[in-house]
Design a protein around this ligand. Sequence first.
Ligand code: PEP
Ligand code: CO
Length: 448
Amino acid sequence: MSASSDALDVLSTWRDLPRVQQPTWPDEGHRAEVSARLRSAPPLVFAGEVDQLRDRVAAAARGEAFVLMGGDCAETFADSTADRIRNKIRTILQMSAVLTYGASMPVIKMGRMAGQFAKPRSSDTETVDGVTLPTYRGDAVNGFAFTEESRRPDPERLWKMYTTSSSTLNLLRAFTTGGFADLREVHAWNQGFISGHGYDRYERIAHDIDKAVRFMAACGYDFEALRQVEFYAAHEALLLDYEEALTRIDSRTGEIYDCSGHFLWIGERTRQLDGAHVAFLSTVNNPIGVKLGPDASVDDALRLIDRLDPDRVPGRLMFVARMGAAKVRDRLPALVQGVRDAGAQVAWVTDPMHGNTITSSNGYKTRRFEDILDEVTGFFEVHRALGTVPAGLHMELTGDDVTEVLGGSGEIDEIGLERRYETLVDPRLNHQQSLELAFLVAEMLGTD
Ligand code: PEP
Ligand code: CO
């Protein structure tokens, strides 16, 4: 793939458009120098992989596969360690095994990983004890520590985002092709989960999976051939300087790909129809998502389809609904119906996290497990009633034993949040809560 073609000029058109949620770099010359370095660096993902994912998302939109996207709200450089990355991949693989059984369909696995280093924020500044500083916008932009120096945007962090994404992808590729994803092993981990306190209700499904695995083994199923799984990297395409610098032209087809990750999405705060993010993503060939909150109108959805998927390419577009448990049953039906009636083939995925954020009485930004589950349930109900396809889940989770979300069988309460609250931005399901959710969603999928 080459980076130096006139065709890439089209990518810069976003620079003339209104852009939101971008950092103000103190030295634009330094930023341009980092962009030049990124432009000549190798791509992180390859066009062939991206095309394959588009086919997979198309299958999900038709109801022939189910998408599972999961990972941190914000990855950090410090936590991009082998242990943390392995735990996250393991959690997603475990959930995926349970969901595959429930759905009787392939599960398309995507990490919010290897690029999820930048965050949109509701305010540009933060004030503590009378001191006002720029808000933390993710490790790709500035530091979390509340000092002037740390909060100053530093373009060198864009380069660190690239190198950290690269080493994360390296591990991801090693773990998912080197035997770690062996179904027998993943199944054994899930049996370990079931033997824990409070998980009896999952015993039947775990027992059924066990029987299925043993049946496959008895039939002479080639588990060795199953030791490799497809696993894709996804992140919010927020920092357009970075995304533009990672675009490459595929030498086979001349098409433009954003090679910072396989799948990119546009957030709820950056999906303005005439804004820079929509313009930029309309020019790349990757499958893309758009978050839709409770105030999105049918007209918004249809115009986004026309801008981002004018040729109605199967698998190109995913809508990620994040309505909140209290609103999903009320707001989602009109959108799904409007999109269906317009003949657009969009994959509908639920993000039951971002519409359900609350503050606990002891001051933690948190979510209730029951609200998360309720939004997923509502999402399924809406699609069942309309005869449309619930194509997947988009979750904020970690493979570690953190205490950031209330509830679940582990019964984390407000005081419990104090035990191990580590996230720098949004609260994540811990390992057990993630698996528990997978079992509950598998039950929903299994009743089809
Ligand atoms: C996110 O996914 O972390 C996020 C900021 O979501 P949204 O754009 O839906 O608010
Ligand atoms: Co978040």
